[in-house]
Design a protein around this ligand. Structure first.
Ligand code: NAD
Length: 433
């Protein structure tokens, strides 16, 4: 395949699909990007990245100038003229925490209408185990071609971290599984165009599907354990952050950091894919479900800390002005999908508080959609109580005298509690005493 310089189509030009398309295009391959969002197509074709990600704008711009990348809505024609089709569309969960594979189905449907002998279809979207076998392949075979004989199928779930996506895509280890050896080998050859990272070939498609889910479930469960330990520590008068740091000196311990909840498109969703498949197979994945429940309850725990702290200071939550610092799900990103800030704001508003929120990375409209009033950082710091939710760099230089009403709930361990307490600030946090 290396000599063939195959034409590629990437379905989904979002946080993961666009960097992938742009990297392949910059490696010299001809890439068509397919998306259902007209604005995304227009922007990409102008050389502008609709996704905020360091380095991505330059990659997209160069790919468009070099005429190596073109964006379109027409996935059928794109598939007809490509040898490799890569699917990187969203895979959320529905209200019942069941996988919503509608975008994967619709992308595969388009591919099936342009599929030819010798093509390779690669699934990069995160999917429940068996999705390639039960969903992807039957749709592709509507083409009349037989998977494994006439066309190849591979699965390589992406694991790049937002805000460091380009580096991670080109350096992280990549797991690849195929319907057969030929498919896996072709996919390995293709990804060698864009990555210097180790490529790990696993036995089959289902193993590749599962690896990614295992990684994120490990992290979600680990965070849930830290959150639970932190809540116990709060009652026992132990600073959980100090204790965790000390425990992590053990060579075989790696406790993650407790916080206000787990957000993003991966950790808060992927464990449910395992739960769903486990249930279908008659296995009760108690630990994974409980870990999710612990992490999903953390915004409630933050709201309890807020209420208690206000009461201890002789104030009521009702009519209090609450300043939120950060609504993105993690530091230094604009991504607020599944952010714990949203349920927290809802709870505070339901309690009758006036909620003001600042986030230098996200839009005012997003903040309004969560039920808060967008304000500057300075104004958020003037509120009756200030809650830091996201560890954006902008907040790491907050000083005690900036907290006007002297009550601060810092849910991420990015500031030194002693510095604030010495200056008379009431300082609380997850696992902080
Ligand atoms: N964002 C991350 O950090 C991350 C990391 C690793 C893996 N993933 C996985 O990658 C996949 C994509 O996630 P994302 O964050 O890039 O999503 P995203 O929402 O940022 O982008 C998805 C894009 O796909 C487009 N789309 C939707 N349906 C489509 C269709 N039928 N055909 C073509 N385009 C379609 C959307 O318009 C959007 O532009 C998901 O399975 C996700 O779990 C995400």
């Amino acid at each position: 395949m290396t000599k063939e310089n195959p034409k590629i189509t990437v379905f989904g030009l979002g946080h993961i699909g666009l960097p992938t398309a742009a990297l392949f295009a910059n490696s010299g391959l001809e890439v068509t990007g397919v998306d259902i969002n007209k604005e995304t197509i227009e922007l990409v074709n102008k050389g502008i990245s609709p996704v905020i990600e360091p380095g991505l704008d330059q990659l997209v711009k160069k790919a468009i100038i070099d005429k190596k990348l073109v964006a379109t809505e027409d996935g059928i024609t794109a598939s007809k003229y490509s040898k490799v089709m890569i699917v990187i569309v969203p895979t959320p969960v529905d209200q019942y925490k069941r996988s919503d594979l509608s975008a994967v189905r619709s992308a595969c449907d388009m591919i099936s209408k342009g599929l030819k002998k010798g093509d390779l279809v690669i699934i990069e979207s995160t999917i429940p185990p068996k999705t390639c076998e039960d969903v992807v392949i039957p749709i592709l075979e509507k083409s009349g071609l037989k998977a494994g004989n006439d066309f190849g199928v591979a699965c390589t779930p992406e694991r790049a971290l937002p805000n460091n996506t380009i580096y991670e895509m080109t350096h992280n280890a990549r797991v690849i599984g195929g319907i057969n050896k030929e498919s896996a080998d072709k996919a390995v050859n293709l990804y060698e165009y864009i990555t210097n990272g180790k490529i790990i070939k696993v036995k089959n498609l289902i193993t590749a599907e599962m690896v990614k889910l295992m990684e994120n479930t490990y992290r979600d469960t680990n965070i849930a354990l830290s959150n639970e330990l932190a809540m116990v520590c709060e009652k026992l008068g132990i600073d959980a952050i100090d204790a965790i740091k000390a425990a992590n000196h053990h060579p075989r311990v790696d406790l993650h950091i407790p916080g206000p909840g787990v957000g993003g498109h991966c950790l808060s969703i992927d464990p449910y894919f395992i739960v769903e498949m486990a249930e279908k197979e008659g296995v009760n994945s108690t630990l994974i479900k409980n870990a999710r429940a612990v992490n999903e309850k953390m915004p409630e725990h933050v709201a309890e800390i807020v209420e208690e702290t206000l009461n201890d200071a002789g104030k009521q939550i009702k009519n209090s002005k609450i300043g939120i610092l950060g609504v993105a799900y993690k530091g230094n990103v604009a991504d607020a999908r599944e952010t714990p800030a949203e349920p927290l704001i809802n709870l505070l508003v339901q309690s009758g508080a006036e909620v003001y929120a600042n986030d230098p990375h996200t839009s005012d409209d997003l903040i309004k959609s969560f039920g808060a009033t967008p304000v500057s950082m300075e104004d958020a710091l003037k509120c009756d109580i200030v809650i830091l939710i996201t560890d954006h760099d902008e907040y790491k230089s907050i000083k005690p005298d900036m907290i006007e009403k002297k009550i601060f709930i810092c849910t991420r361990p990015v500031l030194n509690p002693e510095e604030f307490k010495e200056k008379g600030v009431i300082f609380k946090g997850i696992g902080r005493i």
